[in-house]
Design a binder for this molecule. Structure first.
Ligand SMILES: Cc1ncc(COP(=O)(O)O)c(C=O)c1O
Length: 433
C-alpha cells in the first residue's frame, strides 16, 4: 500500500495516465485528501476554492449531505443490477423526471455510462433511424467547427478537425462534414451570413447525412465560445427541410449552467435526440442519458434489427440514478436559476475589467461560465502553481482561463476566485510569450 503523499505522487507520476498527459513528461498533479462544499483540501492541508466544478459536473458542491444520503440509502438496497430484463425504481423515476424537464417531444430515454457513450448512442440512433426509413446512404454526420463531443472514436469524428484529434487517427476515424461555426456571439445582432456554410453543406450532402450534431449555444472544450441562439433555431429548420435529425449535445450545458435549464431553451427549440451527462448526478457518479422522440424510437424499432443495438454493462446503474434523482431535486430546492444568476452578475462585475488588459483577447460570460481568453497560451505548470498560491483551483487549456464554479459558491468565495484570475493574468510569466 502506498501511504505517504510523496510516495503517492511518485507512484502516480510513474504509473498512472491522467487526461491528455505524457507518461514521460507528465504535468504535476496535486493530491486531494478531502473535498467539502466548494473547497478541495490538498495533500499539504491547504484548501482551494474550486472554480471548475470538476469539469462542469459538481454543481451542488462536494460531500453534499443530501446526495450522500441518497447514495447510502440505495447502497443498502442494491448497488447494481444488469438492465437487461430487469428494471428498478431509481431508473424509472429518473427517466420520468428527465422527460418532464427536457424540451418538448423527447420521451424515450437510454441511460448510458458516460458522456462520450451517450454521444455514441445518439449517433447510432440517427443511423439506425435513417436506415429503418430506407435512407441507407445517410450514414455520415454534419457538425460545426470548434465542437467537442468526447474522446471515443465516433464522438472524436465530430469534434473540431483542427484542434480535435483527427490527424492522429486518420485512416481509422470516420470522415464527416464540417460547417463553419457561427461568428455571431450570444449578445451580438445575428448575422445571417452565419448560415451560409451550414446551408451549403446540407444542400450539397443531405443525401449522405443522418444527423447534425452540435452543442447548443455554448461550445465548450472546443473553444469556450457562446454563439447566437438564432443560429440554433435556423439549424432546427434546416434539419427539418433536409430530413436530417438534430442531435443536441447538452452534456456540458445541461442542468442550468448557461442560465437556462437546457441551452436549447435559449432558442426555443427541441432536438430529435438529446445527450446529457456531467451534472446529471451532481458530479457524484458517472451517468449519462440520451433522450429521443417517439418517432425516432418507433422508427428504429420497426427497422431490420427490430431493436436498438446498444447495451452497456452498467446501463442505468441504480446508485448513479439515485444520485441523479437527488441532484435534480436539489436543483429545484436550491433555486438553481437564482444561484446561476447571482454567479453571472458577480462574474460580470469582477472579470469584465480584464477586457482591456494587455494579456487578454476577450472576456465572455454566460450564466455560470466565465471565460478569459488570453492573447497566447498559458504555461500550465506555472499558472496552476500561481492559482494554488492564491487559494483557488482553476485549470486552463490553451489560451483559455475559464471558470464554471459549483452553483453553491458564496459571494465571497466567488470574488476570491475572480480576484485570483485578475492577479494571475497580470503576471506575464504564466504565459508562453
Ligand atoms: C459537450 C460534451 N460532449 C461530450 C463530452 C464527453 O463526456 P465524457 O467526458 O463524460 O465522456 C463532453 C466532455 O467534456 C462535453 O463537454
Amino acid at each position: 500500500m502506498v501511504k505517504k503523499h510523496t510516495d503517492i505522487l511518485e507512484y502516480d507520476q510513474n504509473h498512472i495516465w491522467h487526461p491528455y498527459t505524457s507518461m514521460t513528461n507528465p504535468l504535476p498533479s496535486y493530491i486531494v485528501t478531502h473535498a467539502n462544499g466548494v473547497k478541495l483540501t490538498l495533500g499539504d492541508g491547504e484548501q482551494v476554492i474550486d472554480g471548475m466544478s470538476s469539469w462542469w459536473s459538481v454543481v451542488h458542491g462536494y460531500n453534499n449531505d443530501v446526495l450522500n444520503q441518497a447514495i447510502k440509502e440505495q447502497v443498502d438496497k442494491f448497488s447494481h443490477v444488469m438492465f437487461g430484463g430487469l428494471t428498478h425504481e431509481p431508473a424509472v423515476n429518473l427517466s420520468k423526471k428527465l422527460i418532464d424537464i427536457t424540451p418538448q417531444g423527447l420521451d424515450k430515454v437510454f441511460l448510458a455510462d458516460s458522456g462520450s457513450v451517450a454521444v455514441e448512442v445518439a449517433l447510432k440512433m440517427a443511423i439506425q433511424y435513417q436506415h429503418s426509413l430506407g435512407n441507407v446512404n445517410k450514414n455520415k454526420f454534419l457538425t460545426i467547427r470548434n465542437g467537442y463531443h468526447g474522446d471515443t472514436f465516433a464522438a472524436m469524428s465530430v469534434c473540431d478537425p483542427v484542434n480535435g484529434m483527427h490527424q492522429l487517427f486518420t485512416g481509422f476515424m470516420a470522415e464527416n462534414y464540417f460547417a463553419d461555426a457561427p461568428k455571431s456571439t450570444f449578445n451580438d445582432a445575428f448575422d445571417k451570413s452565419d448560415l451560409e456554410s451550414i446551408s451549403h453543406q446540407l444542400e450539397k450532402n443531405h443525401h449522405n447525412i443522418a444527423a447534425l450534431i452540435l452543442e447548443p449555444v455554448v461550445q465548450g472544450a472546443g473553444g469556450m465560445r457562446f454563439y447566437h441562439p438564432e443560429f440554433l433555431k435556423a439549424c432546427r429548420q434546416l434539419c427539418d427541410q433536409y430530413n436530417v435529425l438534430l442531435i443536441a449535445d447538452e452534456i456540458a450545458t445541461g442542468f442550468g449552467r448557461s442560465g437556462k435549464l437546457f441551452a436549447c431553451e435559449h432558442a426555443g427549440i427541441s432536438p430529435d435526440i438529446l445527450c446529457l451527462g456531467k451534472a446529471l448526478t451532481g458530479g457524484y457518479m458517472t451517468l449519462a442519458a440520451t433522450l429521443c422522440t417517439t418517432e425516432v424510437a418507433e422508427t428504429i424499432s420497426k427497422g431490420d434489427a427490430g431493436v436498438f443495438m446498444h447495451g452497456p454493462t452498467f446501463m442505468g446503474n441504480p446508485l448513479a440514478c439515485a444520485a441523479a434523482n437527488a441532484s435534480l431535486k436539489l436543483l429545484e430546492d436550491n433555486n438553481w436559476q437564482q444561484q446561476v444568476q447571482n454567479i453571472e452578475t458577480i462574474l460580470n462585475d469582477e472579470l469584465l475589467e480584464l477586457s482591456d488588459h494587455r494579456n487578454v483577447n476577450d472576456v465572455r460570460i454566460l450564466g455560470a461560465i466565465g471565460v478569459v481568453e488570453a492573447k497566447t497560451s498559458v504555461n500550465m505548470a506555472e499558472i496552476q502553481k500561481q492559482f494554488i498560491k492564491r487559494g483557488v483551483w482553476v485549470r486552463p487549456f490553451g489560451k483559455l482561463i475559464y471558470v464554471m464554479p459549483p452553483f453553491v459558491i458564496s459571494e465571497t468565495e466567488l470574488k476570491t476566485l475572480c480576484k485570483a484570475i485578475v492577479d494571475v493574468v497580470d503576471d506575464d510569466s504564466v504565459f508562453n510569450y
